[in-house]
Design a protein around this ligand. Structure first.
Ligand SMILES: [Fe+2]
Length: 580
């Protein structure tokens, strides 16, 4: 019967596992490889885009810082020309404060001939200028100095030489409001376009002086720089040198862009400054989270489709296989009418057609063989019976009777078939008994009796080489055993005697008693039946006799004599001389 629907057991079959493996390799492997390379490609693109953005922002920050330094310089120059400075140069200390005019400077101090005169704010100590810086100041350039003091924030100072026509001279120092350069005090930086660089979360911004010491940092880079600056920053003497950097801080890797910018137009002993713009790697690849989710969905969807297709394909294969297996099992059980119906339109259908042709041919061959077998057995039985005119037709009659008894007892077909073959062959051993003994009219001598009894062992020996008839040998060998153990050849008793042999014994005895013999005339049916009934439980198995009587009564339409037999069953007496 064709099995419909997919079952999980199909996945556990060798073929099912092979199909699933093939589908998985063919579908998931390309999907996985494609996903992997797509992911890597997108990751690289995201990183490249982020680096480009940071490079632009570093440039903007640099330009913005320069522009604001120039603004500071302009403010210092403006203040240098102010009346407040003139009066200070003239030695007047009670000059009006110009503090409210300062925007990018938080303090002003006049330095003249070793004397420091604070004009605005508390700038009382100024650094010692180098000879080169003094030369630059004389040439009209503005000096830019970074002053670092322990425990305090570094100061950015700007200096401008004062040289009046009346011979008064000095240096005007101003302290720069650092936040006015890049607004790093806020959480954002302002680039040259005025846009705010968002420094929230993982973004950072930092300006280093020529010694790579932070002038100011903002955003996440405040904490990053606590662990030191990345070694990948390479400061070159070349102007506008730029590059990328990466380093690990606080367990997180981050990358960024740096840009060195010269303080052109200023005299700076500290060297060029450097702008850093960085961002954590996690933030850079954060957009990949959605991409990963999408890839996972594609992977799961592909897996589901693969399993679905595999299940469908496995079912298409396993159903015909199951039908073919069922067909072969039925053939093995001698059901040659078994046919397989497959309409898959592929090689399975061709295989089913071949299978059905084979089953048909095998069935015909087996039928022919069985017919030949039965014909051979029947021929053998008639050959045995033909040996003596007294036993003509004996084997076939005994067989008929034994089968009737067997049916009365409800034996299965297999046992009835054994009874059939056993009945036909039960006296085959008489081939080895001289006809003079079989046909002897007078009493047999002991030697003759022994030869007559030997027909059961001779019959068993004849059948021994015939393997298909091995199951009837017990019938042939023991059909002369008696229930009370007085039979031959082994003197078996009771249920030690094979059941079918006990049944055949009754049928054999009945036919022998009914038949004429050289030494007596056959008995009538009633008398025979009564005699057999009398020997129930002594010579014969009582159940076999009871079944025999029942079927005889039914077959011979019941006679008063037969009816009376049943009531006397179970009253054994000594047996009488049976046929052999
Ligand atoms: Fe016999």
């Amino acid at each position: 019967m064709r099995q419909r629907g997919f079952r999980l057991e199909h996945f556990r079959t060798k073929l099912g596992r092979k199909i699933v493996s093939l589908f998985l390799v063919c579908a998931l492997l390309p999907t996985g490889v494609l996903s992997f390379f797509s992911y890597q490609r997108v990751r690289i693109q995201l990183r490249d885009q982020s680096m480009e953005t940071m490079e632009t922002r570093a440039l903007n920050a640099q330009m913005g810082a320069l522009e604001r330094l120039q603004s500071v310089e302009s403010e210092l120059i403006l203040m240098a020309a102010s009346p407040m400075v003139d009066q200070a140069l003239a030695g007047k200390r009670d000059t009006p404060s110009q503090a409210n005019r300062l925007r990018r400077l938080s303090a002003l101090t006049l330095f003249t001939e070793g004397e420091t005169t604070p004009l605005v704010g508390d700038l009382t100590v100024v650094p010692q200028l180098s000879p080169q810086t003094l030369v630059d100041l004389d040439r009209g350039r503005t000096a830019l100095e970074v002053v670092r003091r322990a425990g305090a924030r570094q100061e950015l100072l700007m200096a401008r030489a004062l040289d009046r026509d009346d011979g008064r001279s000095g240096v005007l120092w101003g302290r720069i409001v650092a936040d006015s350069l890049w607004s790093t005090a806020q959480v954002y930086a302002i680039d040259i376009t005025g846009d705010e660089i968002d420094l929230q979360d993982d973004k950072g911004f930092c300006v280093l002086d020529g010694a790579l010491q932070p002038l100011d940092c903002a955003g996440a880079m405040v904490s990053w720089t606590d662990d030191g600056l990345p070694e990948s920053i390479n400061i070159s003497d070349d102007s506008y040198y730029k590059g990328s950097f990466s380093w690990v801080s606080g367990g997180e890797r981050f990358a960024g862009q740096y840009r060195v910018f010269p303080l052109s137009g200023f005299s700076s002993e500290g060297g060029n400054w450097t702008v850093l713009v960085g961002r954590g790697e996690r933030g850079i690849i954060e957009p990949l989270t959605d991409f990963r989710r999408m890839l996972l969905s594609i992977f799961v969807l592909t897996l589901a489709v693969v399993l679905g297709l595999s299940a469908h394909r496995i079912r298409q294969i396993m159903e015909p296989l199951a039908a073919l297996r069922s067909g072969t099992q039925r053939i093995a059980a001698n059901d040659f009418a078994a046919r397989v119906n497959i309409s898959s339109g592929d090689e399975f259908e061709e295989l089913a057609t071949s299978f059905n042709d084979m089953a048909s041919q095998v069935g015909s061959l087996v039928e022919d063989l069985e017919e030949l077998s039965w014909s051979t057995i029947t021929t053998l039985a008639r050959t045995i019976d033909a040996k003596s005119p007294w036993t003509a037709g004996h084997s076939e009659r005994v067989t008929t009777m034994a089968i009737r008894i067997g049916r009365e007892l409800g034996l299965p077909e297999k046992d009835l078939e054994r009874l059939h073959r056993g009945g036909l062959l039960h006296d085959i051993g008489k081939i080895g008994v001289p006809a003079s003994i079989i046909d002897k009219e007078g009493p047999l001598t002991d030697s003759e009796w022994q030869k007559m009894r030997d027909h059961v062992t001779i019959g068993a020996r004849i059948l021994e080489p015939l393997t298909p008839l091995a199951d009837v040998i017990p019938i042939v060998l023991y059909h002369h055993e008696r229930w009370d153990g007085k039979g031959y050849p082994d003197g078996l008793a009771g249920t030690d005697i094979p059941w079918l042999a006990r049944i055949l014994c009754v049928a054999d005895t009945y036919d022998a008693m009914r038949s004429d013999r050289p030494y007596r005339t056959g008995l009538g049916p009633d008398e025979t039946l009564e005699e057999i009934a009398m020997c129930s439980g002594s010579q014969f198995d009582a159940d076999a006799v009871l079944a025999f009587v029942d079927c005889q009564v039914r077959a011979e339409k019941e006679t008063p004599a037969l009816e009376s037999v049943g009531s006397r069953l179970g009253a054994p007496r000594d047996s009488w001389r049976t046929a052999f």
